[in-house]
Design a protein around this ligand. Structure first.
Ligand code: GRF
Length: 226
């Protein structure tokens, strides 16, 4: 007789500032048993973040740590860290969390904090990525999941998905098409992490014990589906 053990779900805290559509994709994948995680809490820096309602609808604990209540970035990040750590997460997921983070904060979560960025990094770090992609005339745009390091949007890339830039695109149309891809790649990268397949340690990014290329895995590649 053989016995199989189901891996324990890892504990995840998700940080949001806005709509939370990526959070929703992660919640949905979890409810569909596609993701071996338990979302311990959703934390927002904004009271009016729509994603808080999404979390409450899924019976997930929510917290608000409003950056406006703190005198500076260091004090805010210290409070945010206390709030996150009260849930003892294995992984912190930034899902549209619109704050620049301090070095201390980022280093505290080194190798266990992911972000999603709406561009094919290293192109277009920072804000207004869709406008900038259109202005620059690129034919391909997309989204990237990466580990967070002290360089803003500069951490090692895990997974990317491309979209074609079309003649009639404006920033909103392009953003919507990119967001659809975000909802596919973020749960997948989190799944790899939760299964212990994805690690970032000692400056080395590994998937299944192999180093990843500089732009990570592309969602269109076979590897993304294995
Ligand atoms: C996404 O485009 C994400 O890449 C960026 O912020 C947006 C958040 O959207 N970091 P949502 O709140 O998940 O709907």
């Amino acid at each position: 007789m053989t016995s199989t053990t189901t891996p324990q779900p890892i504990s995840v805290v998700v940080l949001i500032s806005g709509s939370g559509s990526n959070l929703q994709a992660i919640i949905d994948a979890t409810l569909n048993n596609e993701l071996p995680i338990s979302i311990s809490a959703v934390i927002s820096n904004r009271h009016d973040a729509k994603g808080l309602q999404r979390a409450q609808n899924a019976n997930i604990e929510t917290r608000i740590v409003d950056h406006k209540d703190f005198p500076d970035r260091d004090v805010f990040d210290a409070e945010l860290k206390l709030c996150i750590d009260s849930f003892s997460p294995d992984l912190v997921v930034l899902a549209g969390f619109m704050r620049i983070l301090t070095k201390d904060f980022v280093e505290h979560y080194s190798g266990r904090m992911l972000n999603i960025h709406p561009a094919l990094l290293p192109n277009f770090p920072g804000l207004n990525t869709h406008e900038r992609a259109l202005e620059s005339g690129v034919e391909q745009h997309g989204a990237s999941v990466h580990f967070v390091t002290t360089e803003v949007d500069g951490g090692p890339i895990v997974l990317q998905a491309n979209v074609d830039v079309l003649d009639n695109d404006d920033a909103d149309i392009l953003a919507a098409r990119v967001l659809e891809k975000e909802h596919l790649i973020y749960p997948l990268a989190i799944k790899w992490y939760a299964e212990g397949r994805l690690t970032f340690k000692d400056n080395q990014l590994l998937l299944d014990d192999s180093p990843l290329p500089a732009t990570g895995i592309n969602y269109a590649d076979d590897k993304a589906n294995n």
